[in-house]
Design a protein around this ligand. Structure first.
Ligand SMILES: [Fe+2]
Length: 352
């Protein structure tokens, strides 16, 4: 992976520079001294960085917590992985931002591996497994749940590569991917307070080295960028063909389940733009006039879209009210066993 150089944030040119570097390298490190001191408004911070709002965004603190068993908040070295939104079949976020508030005296470096560089190596040495990266739904157990998804897939117009911290027992494809990931020389990034590491989480896997002390503290932001990030044409072509085949094999599934698999075509760009305005207006951290001015829209349109969005959301939630988390888990498990991965051993839905 190419050396990640630190660059200084400039409010005027920053978002374009960020995109340029992210597309070129899959990750970028920028210096924004006041980032470490900012309040934890993840949506506003995202807008500062990218010049546009995210569809979804979660912010949390990653720091050592004595007695806490979960791996991210330990001092251990982490295995390489991609981050997922929690939930039943939660999908990976496409942007991951790590804002350094303090680093450990020893260790605690962020390390990165670009999966776009790993895939051609698997293709060259094991073409049979390479094909299965696109076709085989695999159980991916992350720190927040289990997701069934192919290693490389096409969702909402976006190429998505996924790496769980470790493959399940008996997962032949996962074991091969892990073998090739182990052979890479990761890019190490040493963050200092005020550094912001931005990662394309649909392409680059991350980890961190073991560290000492209790100082290390990062503000972690997982986000769904509203526009698909560009990807190599050959990978997109293969992933699109697999998505077509998965769409037809899942035709018998209930609509809600098909929607959650996100195998359909990408959403209409104008509809996404309207949804972003509505989401921003609901955040309430920006005056309505300023918001309408920023999006160049009529205030009356904003309120019209807001009623449509809330009515639609309410109807969707109401229609799901008779399903419990357990019902959804079971429906997902049986969908994968019957329609998407009939040749694979099912994972106990209670684990999800
Ligand atoms: Fe992570």
């Amino acid at each position: 992976m190419r050396q990640i150089d630190r660059w200084n944030w400039n409010p005027k040119t920053g978002p374009n520079e960020l995109f340029r570097r992210l597309q070129r390298d899959g990750a970028t490190l920028l210096r924004m001294p006041n980032a470490a001191r900012q309040g934890l408004n993840a949506r506003a911070f995202y807008r500062t960085l990218f010049g546009c709002s995210p569809l979804a965004v979660d912010g949390s603190l990653v720091k050592f917590e004595a007695g806490v068993q979960n791996f991210p908040n330990s001092r251990h070295q982490l295995p390489f992985h991609m981050d997922f939104f929690p939930g039943s079949n939660g999908l990976p976020c496409n942007i991951l931002i790590m804002v350094c508030r303090a680093n450990a005296r020893t260790g605690g470096d962020n390390t990165l591996i670009d999966l776009w560089k790993v895939l051609p190596q698997i293709k060259r040495h094991n073409p049979k497994i390479y094909r299965r990266l696109f076709t085989d739904y695999r159980p991916m157990r992350s720190y927040t749940g289990v997701t069934f998804i192919p290693t490389v897939s096409y969702r909402d117009g976006q190429l998505v590569c996924v790496l769980p911290p470790k493959p399940e027992d008996g997962d032949e494809v996962g074991a091969e991917v892990a073998k090739w990931v182990d052979r890479q020389r990761p890019q190490a990034v040493r963050c200092e307070p005020g550094d912001v590491l931005v990662i394309d989480n649909s392409r680059v896997a991350h980890s961190r080295t073991e560290f000492t002390g209790t100082r290390r503290e990062f503000w972690r932001i997982a986000a769904e960028h509203p526009i698909p990030l560009p990807a190599p044409a050959d990978l997109v072509r293969t992933a699109k063909a697999a998505a077509r085949s998965h769409r037809s094999s899942s035709a018998g599934l209930p609509n809600w389940l098909r929607q959650q698999l996100r195998l359909g075509p990408p959403a209409d760009g104008e509809a996404i733009r309207r949804l972003l305005v509505v989401l921003d207006s609901l955040g309430g951290d920006e005056g309505i006039y300023r918001l309408c001015d920023r999006y160049q829209i009529d205030e009356r349109d904003l309120y019209r879209w807001r009623i449509q969005a809330l009515t639609g959301a309410l109807a969707a939630i109401a229609s799901s009210s008779n399903r419990t988390l357990e019902t959804e888990r079971k429906a997902f498990a049986s969908a994968f066993v019957q329609h998407l991965a009939p040749h694979q051993a099912p994972v106990n839905p209670g684990d999800w």
